[in-house]
Design a protein around this ligand. Structure first.
Ligand code: GLU
Length: 383
């Protein structure tokens, strides 16, 4: 019996696959340092854990509305108003099972077969996969390591064509850690507006910015922007799978129609805990400050170490990833990353599916000791 052509065209996520490979090696007794998945090694703040326990005590065992509990959608609106200076109402918010599901639904709602979506490369592996499942084609806009992987807005404008339906913006970027300056964000929003296309802004890494400022896109182009955010990265809640989208009401309603046929809605306990994460501003801010300081220290250590070892790595201003040029190990990035994994027991994700040939992505969402030990191992391997 045959599987559908559509599903046969889907590649497995390489971030997930390489992380699974590292986990399996560890389980089989190999002492691997996993710098694969972007998953905080911190536990979320205690008040968030307590809210999850409270949700159980309160007997929150039932479905929430498909679009998410009203409480959480209100807390999301309050967060964006407080931190990002723009207002939304709960009917413009959709809560989903992680940012990934929200993005999937957005591409399903926006893209028709043959449509083009502009994506700035290197990009997160799941954008092209999701766009292609919807029948769309990715039009990549190349950036250069020498420019810190920040796009030239003129290149973005040049990528527009008659079939362009949307553009994806992701700053801070996974996998490069690039944080786009306000003038770049403004120019891209202006181009999207001029062409009347959707702008999908993946803001998952907003709270992980070190030497730059996060620029929200939503207020620049409210009629065409879908802001995608979630609890996974900044709030260290990856496994609880809470993401959200805020955008024009017709888009949100369409995405929710699809969601109501897929999951019915996100997990009720995790939604309740996310309300605490968003509303207890003081404790959550303290958590951001503490984790950001730790990530910054690890970033500085990792990037300095990789450059010292001859694996050129531009300093990322945000997220918790560093890209390193592995061509001194092998011209093919997958071969190079596999050699680092097998011989040095340091796991990274090769740049192939990020559209970053020659590079691999190292996540420093791991302890400082692990970063130090990884560098020692790479040095021994190269030496
Ligand atoms: N977003 C994380 C990463 O890029 C987790 C895995 C995934 O969803 O791709 O590593």
């Amino acid at each position: 019996m045959k599987l559908s052509q559509r599903i046969r065209n889907v590649r497995a996520s390489s971030t997930v696959a390489f992380n699974t490979k590292a986990t399996e090696l560890k389980r089989s007794g190999v002492d691997v340092i996993a710098m694969t998945a972007g998953e905080p090694d911190f536990q979320p703040p205690e008040h968030v854990m307590e809210a999850a326990r409270e949700a159980i005590r309160l007997g929150m065992t039932k479905y929430t509305p498909s679009e998410g509990s009203f409480e959480l959608r209100e807390a999301i609106c309050a967060k964006h108003e407080r931190e990002n200076g723009w207002t939304a109402t709960p009917d413009r918010v959709l809560v989903g099972t992680g940012g990934k599901q929200v993005l999937y639904e957005a591409f399903q709602a926006i893209v028709d077969p043959g449509d083009e979506v502009i994506v700035i490369a290197p990009y997160w592996v799941s954008y092209p996969a999701q766009i292609e499942v919807a029948g769309g084609t990715v039009v990549p806009v190349r950036t250069r390591a020498e420019d810190g992987f920040v796009p030239d807005p003129a290149d973005v404008a040049d990528a527009f064509g008659p079939r362009t339906k949307a553009i994806v913006l992701n700053s801070p970027s996974n996998p490069t850690g690039a944080v786009y300056p306000p003038e770049v964000v403004r120019a891209i929003a202006e181009t999207a507006r001029r062409h009347g296309v959707w702008l999908i802004s993946d803001d998952l890494y907003e709270h992980l910015v070190y030497d730059a400022t996060f620029t929200p896109v939503q207020p620049l182009y409210p009629e065409g922007t879908l802001t995608v955010h979630g609890a996974s990265k900044g709030y260290a809640l990856t496994g609880w799978r809470i993401g959200w989208g805020v955008g024009p009401k017709d888009l949100i309603t369409a995405m929710n129609r699809l969601q109501s046929q897929i999951t019915t809605g996100a997990n009720a306990l995790a939604q309740h805990a996310t309300v605490a994460a968003l509303n207890d501003v003081e404790r959550t801010e303290a958590f951001f400050a503490e984790t950001r300081a730790a990530y910054r220290e690890r970033r500085d250590l990792l990037v300095a170490g990789l450059n010292r070892l001859g694996l050129a790595s531009p300093t990322p201003e945000g997220a918790f990833y560093a890209m390193a040029d592995l061509t001194p190990i092998d011209a093919d990035e997958t071969t190079a990353a596999l050699r680092l994994l097998e011989d040095a027991h340091v796991a990274s994700v090769p740049g192939t599916d990020f559209a970053a040939p020659g590079f691999a992505r190292f996540s420093y969402a791991t302890s400082t000791e692990n970063v130090e030990e990884a560098l020692r191992r790479i040095e021994r391997f190269l030496g």
